[in-house]
Design a binder for this molecule. Structure first.
Ligand code: ADP
Length: 207
């Protein structure tokens, strides 16, 4: 980057120091799936449990970043790519700050998810496929978006007139059509426990 006189500064307080201070292993838990598959709901429920157990977290949510950081972007393939690139950079900063970062984004393209994975240190990107069939997502439709897309009021809607590329080898595959939110959170907690992220063990939740 010296060509444009921008030089990377290495600071004395690094990710390791910040993570140690928080007594946790930072990482990015990346939820991908169709609209209304349950990404935000599951991420929100997981964040509540982790916070309750004393972990330091941050949840980046697709709709929320489009109010600010990405409000200039629409839903063309190019804008979706830029949306995920920006969010990936933010998630990377959050993980660098030592946080367990949760990101809930449709993120329909494999290449964009791979880009984010490659931004992060090895092992710090957990891809979670929130897999609910389109028919189930249509029925849930909490924001009425499928209905709008059907009426032609929203163009380039994922699953309708814009593609969704399923993950080929996600770290976790949640069958969110059949699994309850509690099941999904327990699946995540078990995975995080197995991989050593949850240092103090965990209690499966029961709702
Ligand atoms: P997304 O973030 O993927 O667009 P949301 O989490 O906003 O999806 O919406 C999913 C909707 O489906 C919510 O209203 C949620 O309460 C409901 N829902 C019903 N069953 C489940 C389940 N098993 N997992 C996740 N969400 C579910």
């Amino acid at each position: 980057m010296s060509g444009n006189n921008i030089v990377w500064h290495s600071h004395s307080v690094d990710q390791r120091t910040r993570a140690k201070q928080k007594s946790q292993l930072p990482l990015v838990i990346w939820f991908t799936g169709l609209s209304a598959s349950g990404k935000s709901t599951i991420a929100d429920a997981l964040e509540q449990i982790l916070t309750h157990q004393g972990y330091h977290t941050y949840l980046l949510d697709g709709d929320n970043v489009r109010h600010g950081l990405c409000k200039d972007l629409k839903f063309s393939d190019q804008d979706r790519q830029e949306n995920i690139r920006r969010v990936g950079e933010v998630a990377k900063l959050m993980a660098d700050a030592g946080l367990i970062t949760l990101a809930a984004f449709i993120s329909p393209f494999r290449a964009d998810r791979r880009l984010v994975r490659n931004m992060l240190p090895e092992g710090q990107f957990i891809e979670v496929f929130v897999d609910a069939p389109l028919t189930v997502c249509r029925e849930r439709d909490p924001k009425g978006l499928y209905a709008k897309a059907d009426r032609g009021e929203i163009k380039q809607f994922t699953g309708i007139d814009s593609p969704y590329e399923e993950p080929e080898s996600p770290e976790l595959h949640i069958h969110a059509g059949e699994a309850t939110v509690t099941d999904a959170v327990n699946q995540l907690l078990a995975y995080l426990h197995e991989t050593g992220v949850l240092h103090a063990g965990y209690e499966p939740i029961a709702v």
